[in-house]
Structures are given as C-alpha cells and as structure tokens.
Design a protein around this ligand. Structure first.
Ligand SMILES: *Cc1c(COP(=O)(O)O)cnc(C)c1O
Length: 400
C-alpha cells in the first residue's frame, strides 16, 4: 500500500516547533554577541529534538557561520539536503568515517595521533587540504588531548601538509553555575596551550571555548567563536546564568482529548489502580504516553486545558495518560491540551518536566520519540531585503 504522509490525518499528539521564536531567539543572541565573534549553532541530536534541517537553515539565515553535530549521519543528512555551510563534527571519529568527512567537507575535531595521521592520508589521497579543529581537554576529562600534553599533537597537525589547523577548542565542565573558578582554570590551561602554539609560529583561525553558559557568563572566553545549543531554543542552561530578555521557548508538546470518563467516589484509575477517586470526578484521556517520551510518573504533573491545570491521575501508560478535568467542565472531546509550553496564563516549563524525570532540560527536549510528529509553525520567510533568498525557506516548508 502506498500513502502520502503529508495528507493522511495527523496524530492527535505532537511536538510544536515555533520557528518564528527560534528566528527571534537567534536574532537576540546575534545582537548580544560582539560582531567579531562568530556563532556556531549546535544542531546535534535533531537540534535538541527541534528538527535539525529547519533549525540549521534558520540559524544560517540568522548569521551562524558553523553548525555543530555529533554523528556522521547527522552531518550527512544536512549535506544531502543541500547545506553547504561548514559542519563541525564534535567528539571522536572512527577511522572508517574519515574518508567520508574528507569527501563531503565535514570538519573533524582531532584528539589524538591516530586520527590526525589517518585524516592526513585520506585528505592527501583525494588531493585536498582539509581544515581540522584540535580539541583540548582542560579539565572536563571527556574528549580531547590533555592540555599539558597537547604540544606534540599540535606540531604533528602543523607538519601534515594535507591538514590545516583551523580551530582549537575546549569545553567547560561548569560554565552556568555561580562559581566560575573551574571555568577560569580551564581557560587558563587553554591559553597556556595557545601561547605555546604562538611561540612556535603557528596560528589558528578559530579559538572556541564557550557553550551557552560560557557565552552568557564568560565574555573573556568568547574568543573567535561560541558554540550555542540550548539557548537558541529559548532555554537557559541554568537558573544562575545571565538572562537575555525576550528569549522564548521554541518547543511545545500538545495532545487532544481522546476519551472522557466519569468516576464515582472510590472508583479507580489505570494499571495497578494507582488512583482512587475521593468523590465523583470527570477525567480525560490524552493519547500520549511514555512511548512518546513523556515521563513515566504516577499522580504527578499536569496538563493545561482551557488555560487551567488538569492534574495527572494514576500512572502514565505507553500510549496515554489521564487527567482530572472535574474543574474544567467546558472540556470536550478533541480539545487541545498542552503538556509542555504555554496555554493562556499558565505554563508547563521544560524545567517542570525535568523535575518529573529527575533529569535536566536537555534530556527533556531530546527525549520525545520519533512517532510523535513534529510540526513547525510560524515558518515565515526571512524578509527579502536581507542577504539570503527565500527559495531555501520554501524548500524547507516542503521538506517537513
Ligand atoms: C553540545 C555541545 C555544545 C552546546 O552546549 P549548550 O549548553 O547546549 O549550549 C557546545 N560544545 C560542545 C562540544 C558540545 O558537545
């Protein structure tokens, strides 16, 4: 059987991505950033669940110079879609990936000798000189060559004729807390490596240290470029960091009422009879569950309906959850409920859901599952007087 995904009726549960807000957030970030500092938009993991292609296109239109990704596949999807901007692959590459990276102009972060040599060979074999960014571990102890052992690797990169040392980077273990002591130590370690490099006469075009937290709170570490992820989506990395007025969350999660039931006093709800009605209740079933990425909670959290909070009753199941609408008598079948985002004067924030999950905002954004359709709204084109044509935006509208 053949069917057209763009015409069959959408599921009554979805994530809504406000691309107008995304554009506005990027404009506010760009305005806040000194003009000489470049912006690398981190669009790994489907742009934190917002849709990598839409976000990549809008970020580039709003002045991002680089895009940051985690896996080869993520980068290839963007190249396939016609994105020609520099793509930086964060993390570590397997040797088998390197020829692909050379072939498709994907910029690699290098951490160790083996990758440097293999990449140099792959580039030479194709008659190319490829840019690389060296990742220096200055205290995070994840990817990167140790700051106090970086020099030989830098010298090796500089000696490889098919490689160009374009960037040097590090990553902060803690940039968004009130105490910046460790971030300052990491910056000092990075600077020590850069001094050594300068003494040997080498230069890098882009030094970059900052994620969203560093961008907000460590202006002395901005250098040539900042790598911004979560802030684009209107979420501050912590409660402590500096605020930029006007940023708004881009993602909402919604579902429509798919059943309404009445409970008599002492009747129960759901698996394990996890809720017992103390008095008559009117309840609504929303067709979204832990199989869509909603936290598997019991008698905790709420949905918004008609601008009011409707508490969750019983346990969340794979495909549905149940809310109490006794105090929302106007609620009817197929009314729209909000599980993340704003409705009227009420709001459920990503931090509220993070608390339910015993996790962090990043995890909430990225944990919605593929079967939950993603719907882009406010996809207005960039005004015609600016530097990018509108064809790209039309194309994006068709692509999703
Ligand atoms: C994910 C990531 C970022 C973006 O971090 P945010 O806190 O979302 O801004 C920056 N740099 C590296 C190396 C990353 O892996």
């Amino acid at each position: 059987m053949d069917f057209n995904f763009t015409t069959f009726p959408p599921r009554p549960a979805w994530t809504e991505i406000d691309l107008g807000r995304l554009r506005r957030n990027l404009q506010l970030i760009r305005r806040d950033l000194p003009a000489i500092v470049k912006l690398l938009a981190v669009v790994k993991d489907e742009a934190y669940g917002h849709g990598a292609l839409d976000v990549a296109r809008i970020a580039l239109e709003e002045g991002a110079s680089f895009l940051g990704l985690s896996t080869l596949e993520e980068a290839m999807v963007l190249r396939e879609a016609g994105i020609t901007a520099p793509l930086l692959l964060l993390g570590q590459r397997q040797e088998a990936e390197l020829p692909w990276c050379v072939e498709h102009d994907l910029t690699v972060c290098v951490n160790e000798v083996g990758t440097v040599r293999a990449l140099a060979r792959a580039a030479a074999a194709r008659g190319k000189r490829v840019p690389v960014h060296v990742k220096i571990h200055t205290g995070m102890s994840r990817f990167g060559v140790r700051w106090d052992q970086a020099r030989p690797l830098l010298e090796l990169i500089c000696s490889e004729r098919s490689l160009l040392l374009e960037g040097a980077m590090t990553h902060f273990a803690q940039s968004d807390e009130a105490d910046k002591t460790f971030a300052h130590l990491q910056t000092a370690r990075f600077d020590e490596v850069m001094r050594g490099l300068a003494e040997s006469g080498a230069r890098v075009r882009y030094q970059h240290l900052c994620n969203s937290g560093g961008f907000l709170d460590l202006p002395q570490a901005h250098r040539d470029m900042v790598r911004v992820g979560i802030l684009m989506f209107g979420i501050f990395p912590s409660g402590f960091c500096r605020r930029i007025a006007g940023l708004e969350p881009v993602m909402s999660v919604k579902a429509r009422i798919a059943a309404i039931q009445r409970l008599e006093a002492s009747e129960v709800v759901g698996y394990g009879m996890g809720y017992t009605a103390p008095a008559p209740r009117r309840i609504a079933v929303l067709p979204i569950g832990y199989g869509d990425g909603f936290p598997r909670v019991r008698n905790q959290g709420c949905a918004l309906l008609h601008g009011q909070r409707a508490p969750l009753l019983g346990g969340v199941t794979m495909d549905s959850l149940i809310v109490d609408i006794t105090d929302i008598p106007q609620a009817q079948m197929w009314d729209e409920a909000v599980l993340l985002g704003r409705q009227g004067h009420e709001e459920i924030t990503v931090h509220d859901l993070a608390k339910l999950k015993h996790s962090v905002s990043y995890d909430v954004l990225t944990s919605w599952r593929l079967r939950l359709p993603r719907q882009g709204v406010n996809r207005a084109a960039k005004p015609a007087h600016t530097h990018t044509g509108s064809e790209q935006i039309e194309e994006a509208a068709i692509a999703k």
